[in-house]
Design a protein around this ligand. Structure first.
Ligand code: NAD
Length: 468
């Protein structure tokens, strides 16, 4: 195992040790970024931003497209890095690196299209101008280190901002490599800087810095609330993508076979460390037993193991802390379905489905962020909606039914930002994504992604002559 050491503008007091989740071995040590270093980075970014915003839109778009091409050329390298530091299966990691490319490409296509409006007014011309915010801080989590970093970074850059990216403590390596690739692609120095470090130090310094105009935060609801509260002191723009406890509602009229076949990977993908994971499987009573009969072999046959093996469907959890957290949710005397996981070193937890759980139990209402789902029976449509909404979160959800009217009624009644019918898909870079309730504030991705990184300025130009 090679030991890479990344040294940059950091200080040793906050050194990060990056571990391979599949083995627990050390992959790299990375210097953390202290608060004084954050100040310096903000100052450099502010200067770079002014020059970047002054470039012709076509030039900014061209550079971002080149960045996308360079990411694509390094897709396999980035994917392998993601496997090492995050334990993602290699198939997922390749998709994630490709997603960064697509996000950059899509954002680049928006640069020349970021237009204001002309609004009819008497006595003159009224136009709106979408101006960049300035320096944007992106605080990323460890569960999808590359895509989520790019969700904020790509549209922010495209809209004319500079970006300071703070990756999670456990997963700084792909972010650092992306910053190198940005320079290779010809992006101006200091426009996109990566500041690895501890959340309460480096992340907090970005949140409290008056020179950072907006924070895009993805992570836990607890830290998200702190970011919002601290940002409020500066009236900082804040976007929050927080947790989820998403329902997968299976009605008796659904294709139960298809619903049972699709259910396992809807909460096991990325070892369940996915804010959209469908971890509350709600099944209408007449098909409850049949659904469980079909679900059991589907869960038990999920291949859990070495994430670098092409045939692996599920890898390890990110860390010992996450493993301990997931274990705390699964009581002894488990009733339900259990898959397999490797023994020995690494942070492994088997696919787990709990039945007979009280709908108010911790495991049924809190975000576990591991390969654990509960199955709860329901009586009718109203009962399904009540159960689906019986959580503080509102991020995603799935509805399985053959009745179009029911699909539309239930989609309207479930309080969540991203729903899918007879499918579990919820995240595409060209459709909006975000949460209701405690799942967050604001939307990312989709056609309005760039506008979220601008201020609207209204300018009225009088057509009256000068006052006599
Ligand atoms: P976290 O919220 O602590 O970390 C997310 C990011 O915020 C990291 O980059 C971290 O360094 C940073 N951070 C931490 N404290 C900060 C602070 N005071 N100021 C500014 N930034 C700070 O999440 P975690 O501890 O890594 O995970 C805990 C739980 O959060 C998980 O088990 C899961 O339930 C949830 N989570 C959700 C998502 C999501 O995509 N919604 C992602 C990661 C974690």
């Amino acid at each position: 195992m090679s030991h890479t050491s990344h040294r940059g503008h950091g200080t040793d007091e906050h050194e990060l040790r990056v571990l391979d989740p599949a083995t627990g071995g050390v992959v790299a040590t990375v210097a953390g970024t202290g608060t004084a270093d954050v100040d310096a980075a903000v100052a450099r970014a502010a200067k770079a931003q002014v020059r970047w915003a002054a470039l012709a839109p076509g030039e900014r778009a061209r550079l971002l497209r080149r960045f996308a091409v360079v990411v694509d050329e390094h897709r396999e390298e980035l994917a392998r890095l993601e496997v090492r530091e995050a334990g993602h299966t290699v198939g997922n990691a390749r998709w994630e690196a490709g997603n960064v490319r697509d996000l950059l490409d899509y954002a680049a296509g928006g640069v020349e299209r970021l237009t204001g409006r002309q609004i009819p007014v008497p006595g003159g011309l009224d136009v709106t101008i979408l101006e960049p915010l300035g320096v944007v801080g992106v605080i990323a989590p460890w569960n999808f280190p590359m895509p989520i970093a790019a969700w904020g970074t790509a549209p922010a850059l495209a809209a004319g901002n500079a970006v300071l990216l703070k990756p999670a403590e456990t997963t700084p390596l792909t972010a650092l490599r992306l910053a190198e690739l940005a320079l290779l692609a010809g992006l101006p120095e200091h426009l996109f800087q990566v500041l690895p470090g501890a959340g309460p130090v480096t992340g907090n310094a970005l949140v409290e810095h008056p020179g950072v105009a907006k924070i895009v935060f993805t992570g836990s609801a607890a830290v998200g609330r702190q970011v919002l509260a601290k940002g409020a002191a500066l009236v900082k723009r804040v976007t929050l993508e927080l947790g989820g406890k998403s329902p997968n509602i299976v009605f008796a009229d659904a294709d139960v076979g298809a619903a049972a076949a699709a259910a396992p990977m809807s909460f096991l993908d990325n070892a369940g460390q996915d804010c959209c994971a469908r971890t509350r499987i709600l099944v209408q009573r007449p098909v409850y037993d049949r659904f469980l009969e079909l679900l059991a072999p589907a869960v038990e046959s999920v291949v859990v193991g070495d994430p670098s093996d092409e045939s692996t469907a599920m890898g390890p959890l990110i860390s010992q802390a996450q493993l301990d957290r997931v274990r705390s949710y699964v009581p002894g005397g488990l009733a339900g379905i259990r898959g397999t996981a490797p023994e020995g070193p690494g942070f492994w937890f088997p696919p787990t489905v709990l039945t007979g759980v009280d709908p108010d139990a911790r495991v049924a209402v809190e975000e576990v962020f591991g390969p654990v789902a509960v199955v709860l029976p329901f009586d009718d449509e109203a009962d399904a909606v009540r159960l689906a909404n019986a959580t503080e979160y509102g991020l995603s959800g799935s509805i399985w039914t053959r009745d179009v009217g029911r699909a539309l009624r239930v989609s309207g009644a479930v309080r969540a930002g991203n729903l899918s019918v007879n499918s579990h898909s919820s995240v595409r870079y060209w459709t909006p994504f975000g949460g209701f309730k405690q799942s967050g504030i604001g939307r990312e991705l989709g056609p309005d992604a760039l506008a979220a990184f601008t201020e609207t300025k209204n300018v009225f130009i009088s057509t009256e002559g000068p006052a006599q």
